[in-house]
Design a protein around this ligand. Sequence first.
Ligand code: BEZ
Length: 390
Amino acid sequence: MKHRRKTLAAALAVAALCFAATGAQAQSKIKVGFMLPYTGTYAALGNAIENGFKLYVQEQGGKLGGREIEYFKVDDESEPSKAVDNMNKLVKRDNVDVVVGTVHSGVVMAMAKVARDTNTLLVVPNAGAGAVTGPMCAPNIFRSSFTNWQPGYAMGKVAGEKGSKKVVTITWKYAAGDESVEGFREGLKSAGGEVVKELTLPFPNVEFQALLTEIAATKPDAVYAFFAGGGAVKFVKDYAAAGLNKTIPLYGPGFLTDGTLEAQGAAAQGMLTTLHYADGLSVPKDKAFRADYTKSYKSAPDVYAVQGYDAAQMLGAGLAAVKGDVSKRNDLVAAIENAHIESPRGAFTLSRAHNPVQDIYLHNAATTENKFEGVAVKGLADPARGCNMK
Ligand code: BEZ
């Protein structure tokens, strides 16, 4: 009898321990690692992404999939040569459950390699490198933003339809600029135009003068430029200061004026660009998002904030499906793949390569807003060339 009581007591103690362990796991926080630029020409973009992500989590009471979130941060400086070490700080040192990053296409390619090698869940909230949802696509890699091809292609179509036959392109020489120009060329060609000269300078150089002189001498029908952040501010101002905006329309993906209009002032007025976000959309979700964001951060949101917000929504959809149990990776991935994201940009779904299929808008810079002018291309999916999802 005494022996039976002892055995029962031991069994109860083991059960209590197991219960405590499960409870502790359920209570532990999900570790989210932000790998973003917090310094340099893309610093404002990184901050807006983090703000957008945290806003969504805040709206969910600080939890995703029933679990609180703990944040870890690394400044990637938009520096590809430091990307593997930076990624390993989050993956190996901090042991995060998911990495959210980054802005720069060169950095994201190194991140995607580490994510593939370590099977780390990666949500890309900006960098548009085609390879990440092309040849490097993988079940554990998602993007909440765009590929560089998407807005470029849309702008090419619009420019061609507006009668631009001969266009000069100008960009930083790295994957984002090259791919943006490729998309533009394809869209322009489909509308009867051609790229007659491609000008480049190294990232993040902003000495544009010699190239502006070359544009003036070439006298194209239009110029297509890919720049973003601080570089976009300087380029648009220099273009206007050289008087080129009076005779040669300056087009670009919306990064040329999004989040930068206030600093660009008169130089940007009337510029037409294409992007998956615009000011003045009649999307109810956008109205609420803009009000909440402005209240929380005392500044208006831009496309980068939207992409951060949607990265959190995508992760939230995955975590909700597995009730916060990240070990159920296949179910988590399937839930994100099938999610219908109610984004401030308008609802979107993901392609088989895990990239948003989305409307690309035409927007027009007016005072401090990139006003919605219309839909340039509806439901545009990146071609995802080379993606062979296992
Ligand atoms: C990129 O490097 O992919 C990128 C950076 C800023 C804006 C858009 C794209």
